[in-house]
Design a protein around this ligand. Structure first.
Ligand code: NAX
Ligand code: K
Length: 528
């Protein structure tokens, strides 16, 4: 599903009216109606006598709020509209909707100064629901003065709150809030999700996200060349590798996982097992000779291969040829889990990568090895998926993790293009940037997954998908979604504090099953 900026959404709204002759007031009516339907679901269809407070700004977001007010009034709710503008300041469709509402006897309370706040504050004590229609995509910068005071007052009241299109105070394009911002219980956004709703901290202000169809012609949406996407269950389902009725393990690819070091065999065991869980037919884990026996004990379905090691037990430069030989019989390399930063191993990685023909997933200490010479990435190389966390990304590009976090999307996109790799930048709302400029944002996952070994599982899943023939970019996106979804399943059963990376392996089957059998999971996300 496309993710859009405020300007892109505005352009769609305008083209719907100018090219397809959909009157803008029809779009506003549809927007308001979708919010009313969502509110009805919230109240299990019992809206009569519900006390609903609707806070409206002077723009079209406020206009949507007035449509909501009219329909809820018709349906017997006790509606109060607090208007953060003088009625005569409203223009166009918003003004029309204000006038209709007033003609129906709807009540408007002005919120124009400090002296008006108290009435709203008291009403909030008794409210069953707050509708936030103060600012939408037209908002920029920080809420200050009276709107800031109103937003703070609403948040302090801790009432169920539905945000219309966006939580007020949030910037649609950045997901940042430079002043107070509505903490929504849920948000009904129109036509397509806005970027700021799905990246942090915006996603936390947004609450549960619903995407509502307001009648923008699908043909118009399809004709746009947006290059930012939100991963959805429907997208993932349609890209799951197929299993043939007559299939055998040779059909589903062979992953070679290279990594491991003394004290770090768990990482490679997790990655290798995850590749099998993702459906790879065969997985071989190749590790330093000294820890080979340990890996044999830890894993059952995984094949293992001992490699030359340094006196300290780390992979040595002599492992290069055996790895290349093994790889000739494999479809994909997963490089990095538990590899260590021993200088000999770093040299091995730097010699190995330029010689790869098979596609590879490069993670953990293999990324740290690359950080010592990113010339490998700017030169000729085979298909690569890099899976850095912000710290590893910072080392790769010579900056700090904080700077990477400030500009996650642009940094991921820039280096995916520059290095011609699939760049999966981990963190809350993982980004998967493709070299052609397309980028995907993953909505699954939770803080319980910030635990040792979680990244190794992701590496294995992606490699497992690549082994089954998926394009590296699709494998990375699908892998991120399923990995996060397994974490969400694990949290639902175990809570987030006790979650272990190994639990992700155990919950992956449920995630696959849900994707395979659950049609229509995306209903709440609208059209794909
Ligand atoms: N045809 C359309 O354009 C449609 C628009 N819709 C709604 O319209 C919204 C966009 O409407 P608008 O473009 O009128 O803008 P908004 O209603 O989002 O609000 C913009 C108003 O806030 C002011 N503002 C911006 N930043 C501010 C700040 N930091 N502090 C104080 N005031 C600030 C602006 O000057 C403007 O008056 C969407 O979010 C959506 O809810 C829907 O009705 C669907 C159709
Ligand atoms: K809003």
């Amino acid at each position: 599903m496309y993710l859009v900026t405020a300007a892109e959404m505005g352009q769609l709204d305008r083209l719907a009216s100018s090219e397809y002759l959909v009157p803008s007031i029809v779009l506003m009516e549809n927007a308001g109606l979708r919010v009313v339907e969502s509110i009805r679901r919230h109240f299990q269809d019992r809206v009569k006598n519900r006390r609903v407070l609707i806070f409206c700004g002077k723009g079209n977001n406020g206009g949507d709020g007035l449509v909501v007010a009219r329909h809820l009034l018709n349906q017997g709710a006790e509606v109060k509209v607090f208007l953060l503008a003088r009625p005569e300041d409203l223009r166009g469709d918003a003004r029309t909707n204000l006038e209709i509402y007033q003609k129906m006897g709807g009540r408007i309370f002005p919120l124009l100064g400090e002296s008006h706040l108290q009435r709203a504050d008291i009403a909030l004590l008794y409210a069953d629901l707050v509708v936030d229609a103060i600012f939408g995509t037209g908002f920029k910068g920080a809420a200050m003065g009276l709107p800031a005071a109103v937003i703070t007052m609403i948040n302090k009241a801790h009432r169920d709150t539905v945000a219309v299109d966006l939580p007020s105070g949030l910037e649609a394009d950045t997901g940042r809030a430079f002043g107070p911002c509505i903490q929504a219980t849920w948000t009904v956004t129109f036509a397509l999700p806005k970027l700021g709703l799905v990246v942090e901290p915006g996603a936390s202000y947004t609450g549960r996200l619903e995407v509502a169809d307001i009648g923008i012609p699908q043909k118009l949406i399809d004709s746009q060349r947006f290059n930012l996407h939100l991963l959805t269950p429907a997208w993932c389902r349609s890209r799951l590798p197929k299993r043939e009725a007559s299939g055998h393990k040779g059909l589903y690819g062979h992953v070679l996982a290279v990594g491991g070091a003394p004290g770090l065999t768990g990482a490679i065991a997790l990655a290798a097992t995850a590749a099998l869980r993702a459906g790879a037919g065969l997985v071989t884990a190749a590790v330093p000779r000294g820890v080979h026996g340990i890996l044999e004990m830890k894993t059952t379905e995984v094949m293992t291969c001992p490699l030359p090691e340094t006196p300290g037990g780390y992979l040595s430069r002599e492992a290069l040829d055996p790895i290349l030989e093994r790889l000739a019989a494999c479809d994909v390399l997963a490089l990095g889990p538990g590899l260590s930063r021993d200088p000999a191993t770093v040299e091995l990685v730097k010699e190995l990568l330029p010689r790869l023909k098979a596609p590879a997933v490069v993670d953990a200490d293999a990324l740290n090895a690359l950080a010592t010479d990113t010339g490998i990435l700017t030169g000729n190389h085979g298909p690569l998926v890099l899976t850095p966390h912000p710290g590893e990304m910072a080392r790769l590009v010579g900056t700090t993790a904080a700077r990477v976090q400030e500009d996650r999307l642009e940094i991921a996109r820039k280096y995916a293009r520059e290095w011609q790799v699939i760049l999966l930048l981990k963190g809350a709302r993982t980004i998967i940037a493709w070299p052609d400029g397309q980028a995907y944002i993953n909505p699954t996952g939770n803080p319980g997954m910030a635990t040792a070994g979680s990244g190794d599982v992701l590496t294995g899943i992606i490699a497992g998908f690549m082994a089954q023939g998926l394009e590296p970019g699709v494998a990375a996106a699908l892998g991120a979604f399923l990995h996060g979804a397994a974490g969400d399943e694990a949290r639902a059963s175990l809570g987030q504090h006790a979650l272990l990376a190994g639990d992700l392996l155990n919950f992956l089957p449920a995630v696959f099953r849900n994707l395979e059998v659950e049609a229509g999971v995306t209903a709440s996300l609208g059209r794909d």
